[in-house]
Ligand binder design. Structure first.
Ligand code: NAP
Length: 327
């Protein structure tokens, strides 16, 4: 089959469309002919050799896909050949074919394109896990979502609204504020020119927020702690700003009884991913169909333009997902 391969770890130009053996299915898996995949930051790290795939996963890039079922494992009874599906992968999405456990599949919502469906799995599963499983957000709570216009951020804003958050605050560069507000953010802070801690305390009458979804880590850690309300929860999903903090004042973690959590979805067990997929779909599928929840697609590249797509992401130009059309 055709797949995006890497000559040597490094710059986007190291990727090329080449030949790779077609994967074979286990009895509980299906073979999907891929129609679209989507970029994730993890792909750019893996391309640089800084994020190896977990044991047993494909070495090909790509953490999600949409496509058509072409073959079923012997034990698979809940899907049929020809079904249109999408799903989260531990790797292998930048290819003509992937295998995936049948219970990790999501049906493509009625009337949706493959490009749109490929934008669901990674960001909605990640945001749902962070808000529901980890932060356990409740109706009426206030939330701060960093990188609000990132793929995960755009899903988190919409889910927070669906969960009944009373105030949704985001940080993003100024050109991305309009999108964040269209999705449901009440307040957008330009972290480049404003101090988000001061802004959060001002708009919450010095109460702080109940939940923070963070991707920046080190440079935001102290300010995040200062921005949380009593019994606040912070979920750290990435280390985009760095992982080492100096001169940290910890007192507020105790005084405010804070919960600081971290997670990576890719390393979770198969059982966890199956349960998460089921729980997200139960909550989100009717909302996808009604239009309450929508993946935000920034751009669609043909997979022959994968180099340009990675360059675009690494320049932080995207608002929402970058899709690769696989043909
Ligand atoms: N833990 C998990 O399970 C999990 C799952 C999925 C993704 N992630 C991680 O979550 C992060 C967001 O993923 P995504 O795919 O949603 O990202 P994305 O769509 O590429 O968006 C990232 C955005 O973050 C903002 N940003 C702010 N400070 C930044 C900095 N120092 N460096 C780079 N970007 C910065 C940029 O927007 P502005 O212009 O507004 O600054 C950028 O466009 C990534 O690090 C990804 O690896 C984690």
């Amino acid at each position: 089959m055709k797949a995006v391969l890497i000559r040597n770890f490094g710059e986007p130009e190291e990727m090329y469309l080449g030949e790779h053996p077609k994967p074979t299915i286990a009895s509980d898996e299906v073979l999907v002919k891929v129609k679209a995949t989507a970029l994730n930051r993890a792909d750019t790290l893996q391309r640089r050799g800084k994020y190896p795939p977990p044991p047993g996963a494909s070495s090909i890039l790509g953490l999600e896909m949409s496509g058509v079922i072409e073959a079923l494992g012997a034990e698979v009874t809940d899907w049929k050949i020809g079904d249109q599906v999408c799903g989260l992968l531990a790797g292998g999405g930048y290819a003509e074919y992937v295998t995936i456990h049948s219970q990790c599949l999501i049906a493509v919502p009625e009337g949706w394109s493959f490009e749109k469906a490929a934008a669901i799995p990674e960001v909605f599963l990640t945001a749902f896990q962070a808000l529901n499983y980890l932060a356990k957000i409740k109706k009426g709570e206030r939330i701060l979502i960093h990188a609000g216009a990132s793929g995960v951020g755009t899903a988190a804003i919409q889910l927070a609204k669906s969960f009944g958050a009373s105030q949704i605050i985001v940080t993003a560069s100024a050109g991305k504020h309009k999108l964040c507000k269209q999705l449901g953010a009440d307040i957008a802070i330009d972290y480049r020119t404003q101090n988000f801690e001061e802004e959060v305390l001002q708009v919450t009458d010095n109460q702080g927020v109940d939940v923070i979804i963070d991707f920046l880590a080190a440079p935001y850690f102290q300010k995040n702690i200062n921005s949380l309300a009593t019994d606040g929860r912070m979920v750290m999903l990435a280390l985009m700003g760095g992982f080492q903090v100096e001169n940290l004042v910890l007192a507020k973690i105790l005084i405010k009884r804070l919960h600081i959590m971290g997670s990576t979805l890719r390393a979770r067990s198969l059982e966890y991913k199956i349960n998460l997929t089921r729980d997200l779909m139960e909550f989100a599928m009717p909302r996808f169909e009604s239009g309450e929840l929508q993946p935000v697609i920034d751009s669609v590249f043909d997979w022959t333009e994968v180099v340009a797509a990675h360059q675009y992401m690494e320049a932080n130009k995207n608002k929402g997902k970058i899709i690769l059309k696989v043909s």
